[in-house]
Design a protein around this ligand. Structure first.
Ligand SMILES: C[S@@+](CC[C@H](N)C(=O)[O-])C[C@H]1O[C@@H](n2cnc3c(N)ncnc32)[C@H](O)[C@@H]1O
Length: 196
């Protein structure tokens, strides 16, 4: 197995995407510590069925995908912006992650309806106001012990307030904020609580 520290293609691509994001006003990416965290979390959890809401230019997808190469899993990542999704797909290809990551172009709610199966890890990093709606769509699709990371808890507290209050009130999940990157909510489905 290639450690991300020794994976030259991955690091060249992470660097390339970082520079691209910095050049554009219309693109964002998680900071490097958040990417490292997502990578480590996927490895630690041994996650295999992973979903990302908000591909952007592929920075977080590169970190998650590199971990999934080691767990034997796969990532579906959704973005409504076809140009960004194509740029991300090219980055995934150059990093040798095409067989691990499937970028999908479309609005999140509509695209989720086309996806079957359950997920054991979800990273939410798209538009902030509808996150509670996304959560309600995702909840029946979360496997036992599923883990959801929601970005921007520190940078978008008002937009995420209703979601955070709701998710922290659920008896079958544990949810807490982490001071990593832009602030990330870590939400874990308690063992034995999945309904199907
Ligand atoms: C912050 S960027 C994602 C950054 C990426 N996760 C990373 O760290 O590299 C948010 C992305 O969500 C996409 N997006 C926002 N609202 C969306 C929606 N309703 N459906 C699909 N994509 C959406 C935007 O096009 C944008 O590329």
């Amino acid at each position: 197995m290639i450690s991300p520290r020794n994976d030259r293609a991955l690091h060249e691509e992470l660097q390339r995407v970082t520079e691209l994001v910095a050049q554009r006003d219309d693109a964002n990416a998680v900071p490097t510590p958040a990417g490292e965290f997502l990578h480590a979390l996927v490895l630690a959890g041994g996650f295999r069925r992973v979903l990302e809401l908000g591909t952007g230019l592929g920075y977080s997808g590169l970190w998650i995908g590199a971990a999934l190469r080691q767990t034997g899993g796969a990532l579906v990542t959704i973005d409504a912006n076809a140009e960004k999704s194509a740029a991300a797909a090219a980055a995934f290809h150059r990093a040798g992650l095409s067989s691990v990551i499937s970028p999908m172009v479309g609005r999140i709610a509509a695209t989720l309806e086309t996806l079957g199966g359950q997920f054991d890890f979800v990273f939410i990093d798209a538009d902030k106001q509808p996150v509670l709606d996304y959560w309600r769509l995702l909840r029946p699709r979360l496997a036992d012990r599923a883990t959801v990371v929601t970005d921007n808890v520190k940078t978008h507290p008002q937009e995420l307030a209703a979601f955070l209050e709701y998710v922290r009130s659920l008896a079958d999940f544990h949810s807490a904020p982490l001071d990593i990157g832009n602030g990330m909510e870590l939400t874990v489905r308690l063992p034995g609580s999945a309904r199907g």
